[in-house]
Design a protein around this ligand. Sequence first.
Ligand code: CAA
Length: 285
Amino acid sequence: MASTFETVGVVGLGTMGAGIAEVFARAGIAVVGVETDPGALERGRGHLEGSTGRALSRGRLTEAERAEILGRVAFTTSLEDLSDCDLVIEAIPEVMDFKRALFTDLDRVCKPSAVLATNTSSLSVTAIAATTTRPGRVVGMHFFNPAPVMRLVEVVRTVSTEDGLAEEVAGLARRLGKTPVTVADRAGFVVNRLLLPYLNHAAALLEQGLSTRDDIDTAMRLGAGLPMGPFALLDLIGLDTSYEICEALFRESRERRHAPAPVLREFVTAGLLGRKSGRGFHGEE
Ligand code: CAA
């Protein structure tokens, strides 16, 4: 069945979820943003207001455009409010038990024609889809951080995905001004499968004393023409997310070179998660 995607739900309004909600709202699509915890809901609202406020102060949006974007997003703590959505995208923490419980609930509250999408960067879309009665209507829709800026969306299809659905979701990504690529359900998809081994290697080289954090960052920015050095990028992605992606690559490949660098685990254990916690490899120095 062809989908129109006029109303979209976003569950989880952390950095990625709030960014994804902004992307849909900017494209003129009505958004229902859900966080079951009222404090997290307010933080999500603050994130959207802050991001569009920065665009306003940079002259990228007018007051009226900003008001229209914010007016398209309804904030709620109730999953039941997703019942009319044509597509719901999940952007909650990368814990399989949380995702499976959420998709069981989404399957119950969402209309049968709705597409259920996950923004997971490290977990099996197939395993998430298998908790629902509609695995054919479940896909990965993987955005990149910062979602309003990064132009790629990975559309992940599983062996269960209905014919044509990945193309419909790719069409939606184009409507958002993004460029979609379609990928099979393998750890890391395309980008993280290639990017994280590099970032993990940088962390290992730092531990081995090859150079300093700042010199490695500078070297990769100026020598390889990347917008950010590896430690700045690890902090942006989040060290917990980075660790989880390395673990997923390690689990799937069973190759030692994919094992997360010990320093990553140490930072995560200490709660130093990068930008989202205020400190990671960089921050508060
Ligand atoms: N939210 C919204 N907009 C943002 C933003 C944010 N968090 N951060 C920056 N921007 C916008 C700015 O407002 C600015 O917009 P305008 O040009 O319209 O004014 C633009 O982005 C550029 O920002 P800045 O001038 O402040 O800074 P910059 O030029 O250094 O760019 C950057 C910042 C876009 C983050 C750039 O450094 C970059 O592209 N870094 C690499 C990011 C990357 O690789 N992301 C992918 C990580 S992998 C991933 O996300 C997948 C996963 O599953 C883990």
